[in-house]
Write a protein that binds this ligand. Structure first.
Ligand code: B12
Length: 300
């Protein structure tokens, strides 16, 4: 068991990755790994920092449970994954069967192997939902698979965002899904991608009225003001004729107050963007991730 909560001793981590404690201490002394010190001067390593280190060096983990990770990717009984050489197909099969643990292990293993959250979102997650999304036409069983898979991925998205270190001094981002858009996964994945890129990200969740975005963004308290606001648009409330004008008003105010607004999702094309031609619009998490890196470079 790890030393306490999210903090590991050099011994814990050395056992987890199967190296000697002295090698590990040497690496910390050389600055390969960030450590804090206890009152008594002993080194402690944050779990997320340990995961970052393991990923960056593509190290084997021999005792994953010490890092709070699932025991093995092999825990997938009753599904023949061996015959599938496409990793995304394997993930789809796990999701189709509602194999919660298997899907979790599969995705976390790929994350540890170095795939980014953005790539996992655009790859296995999106691809499996493109297929699962066709099943509801077939009746209750398809709907069962769709609902179950959504909940599995909601849990996974939360877990992935806990795997990336949170930077106390990172830029602030806030966002959510526009009113009428009840999709849960895109805001969760957007938040995880922002965290992966060093942002302090707040998710307002699905179905967020534009007035709520305004309240969150244009607060008088400078410490609460975000540096970037994002809106997920995967469905639009067709019964609300004023939504287009309210969106344009919000976008213009962001521009006037020098607050970066980004929108993304499958229904962005339904929004009239003529009067806000320079608004960044993204249809994938990888494009969004590239944008975030360029945005950070511009600010420094
Ligand atoms: C799960 C699901 C549901 C669930 C939602 C549960 C929940 N609360 O989240 C439920 C069952 C409620 C549902 C309902 C319906 N759904 Co539905 N649903 C889906 C499904 C299978 C997955 C959606 C999802 O989460 N995808 C995972 C995300 C990660 O992928 P993505 O949406 O493609 O997003 C990617 C990009 O667009 C981008 N992105 C997305 N958002 C953002 C935001 C930002 C800021 C950025 C940068 C990028 C970005 O990055 C993502 C990763 O690459 C999709 C199928 C599909 N292909 O996605 C259908 C789908 C969206 N649904 C569809 C339909 C028709 C419906 C219903 C109308 C069905 C019905 N007759 O009842 C209802 C109505 C919904 C409503 N208006 O309330 C259609 C939409 C068709 C269309 N108009 O294009 C789809 C495409 C299924 C299909 N093939 O027919 N649905």
């Amino acid at each position: 068991m790890p030393t306490s909560g999210n903090l590991l001793s050099p011994k814990d981590l050395s056992v987890a990755i199967g190296v000697s404690e002295s090698s590990l201490k040497r690496w910390t002394d050389r600055g390969f790994l960030e450590v804090s010190r206890t009152a008594g001067g002993h080194r402690r390593i944050d779990r997320n920092e340990a995961i970052r280190f393991v990923r960056s060096r593509k190290m084997q983990i021999v005792r994953p449970e010490i890092l709070g990770l699932p025991e093995s990717v092999a825990a997938t009984p009753n599904i023949d994954l061996e015959s599938l050489d496409d990793l995304d197909e394997a993930f789809l099969e796990l999701m189709r069967h509602g194999h919660d643990l298997g899907a979790r292990n599969h995705l976390l293993q790929r994350f540890l192997d170095g795939e980014t959250i953005a790539a996992l979102s655009d790859g296995p997650i999106r691809r499996s939902f493109d297929r699962i999304g066709e099943l509801w036409h077939e009746g209750p069983e398809g709907i069962l698979i769709e609902h179950r898979a959504t909940e599995i991925c909601v849990g996974l998205a939360l877990e992935l965002s806990k795997m990336v270190p949170v930077k106390d001094d990172g830029p602030r981002a806030i966002g959510g899904a526009i009113a009428g858009d009840g999709y849960k996964l895109p805001p969760l994945l957007t938040t995880a991608v922002l965290q992966e890129h060093g942002f302090r990200a707040v998710n307002l969740g699905p179905n967020t009225p534009i007035e709520v975005f305004e309240l969150a963004c244009f607060t008088d308290d400078p410490a609460q003001r975000p540096d970037l606001v994002w809106m997920s648009v995967n469905d639009l409330d067709q019964d609300d004729p004023g939504i287009g004008d309210r969106f344009t008003g919000f976008a213009k105010r962001c521009e006037a107050e020098d607050l970066t607004l980004v929108i993304g999702g499958r229904s962005v094309g339904e929004i009239d963007l003529e009067s806000t031609p320079s608004l960044p619009v993204h249809r994938s998490m990888s494009a969004f991730a590239d944008f975030l890196e360029a945005w950070k470079r511009r600010r420094t």
